[in-house]
Write a protein that binds this ligand. Structure first.
Ligand SMILES: Nc1ncnc2c1ncn2[C@@H]1O[C@H](COP(=O)(O)OP(=O)(O)OP(=O)(O)O)[C@@H](O)[C@H]1O
Ligand SMILES: [Mg+2]
Length: 420
């Protein structure tokens, strides 16, 4: 029987991941498939086929893949695009002899405790941390690490349950809050959330994320993204701008590359989050073994005129693209910023007015009747805008958050602030 191959993308059939399809097509001339548990109710017509399987579950994927293998259709490689599919994609790749990240690299990238141990063992600067389950363990860790501390689930994302505590009382309340977030979302994201990290706090609002293309024992930075954070005690992401004015900072890019090799990530794009201490020292907060989320890849594509998913998929296919990455230069600035309504019940949504010329797209997700809460994590957003400028900024501009705030104030009519 003739062998018909396809590329399977996991986590690509999502809002703000649409460009993964085009990137895969640029990487290789093969049909591009996605996977979903219910392809009848959630058919995505962009893809050449939707595999009927849970993209987070390797067994479910293997069953569906083997069903098609009987008809002569085989995956060339399975490529993960979000945290929830990194393990499943690479387990399938290894099981079918298609390559893939080794199991230790996956654990290092998905379990923040294992990640910290691997980073520290390789001499990569990252905040000291302790793993806790209970309140007594928490207080013991606070004693050891010293206040202030950051408390976070060891296996979640989207800043969900990440809280700053400046006192022991705030630490106790913070752990309870973090456990509450896991109780609400844990099952949907297939995470355990049974342990929490207590971390030394890197005290500044200066933060970047770095997209790094990985190879065997090597890594090359593609882009540095400036991040804009919400007011404390939370760390919700309000905006991302590419390229950061720190793009040429060697201490920063070296640290990002060393973080990836320390974790054993040997293929694909990795997303490294780095925060600067008050003295400017860069600290690795975390590393994800997949391209950045939140539409950051689309900003990288506009800023560099290069689809980063092409590199991610190409690397999973075995191509060495580190030189392509090293030669990439930004040609414009691109940003995404999240719309935040004033806290309270949203009474009206007034869209349709002319938008500033730098606004390239707008998407309003909130509707009248919704409750707007303070920015805490990905779930407290009311929409987003994307912006574009021909110039490259030489310092951190506040334009993304300023334009988003102005538009949100115009668009959302909020009533009396309801209790949180
Ligand atoms: N030790 C720390 N010191 C200072 N700030 C921190 C620390 N840990 C986390 N933060 C802040 O909280 C944010 C979210 O933390 P972290 O990246 O660990 O969680 P996450 O849920 O995986 O986040 P996301 O998916 O949004 O990247 C960081 O981007 C950073 O702004
Ligand atoms: Mg993070």
């Amino acid at each position: 029987m003739q062998k018909n191959e396809y590329i399977l993308l996991l986590g690509a059939d999502q809002y703000l991941r649409e460009r993964a399809f085009s990137g895969a097509k640029q990487a290789v001339d093969l049909p591009v498939w996605a996977a979903t548990e219910d392809p009848v109710r959630t058919l995505n017509r962009t893809f050449d086929h939707m595999l009927s399987a849970d993209p987070k579950d390797a067994d479910s994927l293997l069953r569906a893949i083997r069903g098609h293998a009987a008809q002569g259709r085989h995956p060339r490689v399975v490529v993960p695009l979000n945290d929830w599919t990194v393990d499943a994609a690479n387990t399938v790749n290894r099981t079918l002899g298609l390559g893939g990240l080794d199991a230790t690299a996956v654990t290092n990238a998905r379990n923040k405790h294992a990640m910290k141990q691997a980073l520290l063992a390789a001499g990569v600067r990252t905040p000291r941390s302790r793993l806790v389950r209970s309140e007594p363990e928490l207080l013991d860790a606070v004693e050891d690490i010293g206040l202030p501390v950051v408390i976070k689930p060891y296996d979640f994302g989207g800043s969900g349950g990440v809280v700053l505590a400046t006192t022991r009382e705030e630490a106790v309340a913070g752990l309870a809050e973090s456990k509450g977030v896991i109780a609400r979302y844990g099952t949907a994201f297939n995470i355990l959330g049974d342990k929490y990290l207590v971390e030394q706090f890197v005290d500044s609002d200066d933060e970047v994320s770095v997209e790094v293309l990985c190879g065997a024992g090597r890594a090359q930075v593609l882009a540095v993204t400036e991040k804009y954070l919400s007011p404390r005690p939370w760390f919700a992401e309000l905006a991302h701008l590419v390229p950061s004015h720190r793009t040429g900072d060697r201490a920063l890019t070296d640290l990002a590359e060393r973080a990836c090799t320390a974790l054993g990530i040997d293929r694909g794009l990795a997303h490294v989050e780095i925060k600067f201490g008050a003295d400017g020292t860069p600290w690795v907060i975390e590393v994800a073994a997949r391209p950045g989320g939140d539409g950051i890849m689309d900003q990288v594509e506009r800023a560099y005129a290069l689809n980063p998913y092409q590199l991610h998929v190409g690397s999973y296919l075995g191509a060495d693209l580190l030189d392509v990455v090293a030669a990439a230069v930004p040609v414009r600035t691109s940003a995404i910023a999240f719309l935040k309504a004033a806290p309270g019940r949203i009474e009206d949504v007034l869209d349709g007015k002319p938008l500033p010329p730098e606004v390239r797209s707008i998407n309003i997700s909130a509707k009248p009747g919704d409750l707007s809460r303070a920015a805490q994590n990905w779930s407290t957003r009311e929409g987003l805008i994307e912006l574009e400028w021909d110039e490259l900024f030489g310092e951190k501009t506040q334009l993304p958050v300023a334009v988003a705030r102005e538009l949100a104030d115009q668009i959302f009519v909020t009533g009396e602030a309801a209790g949180q």
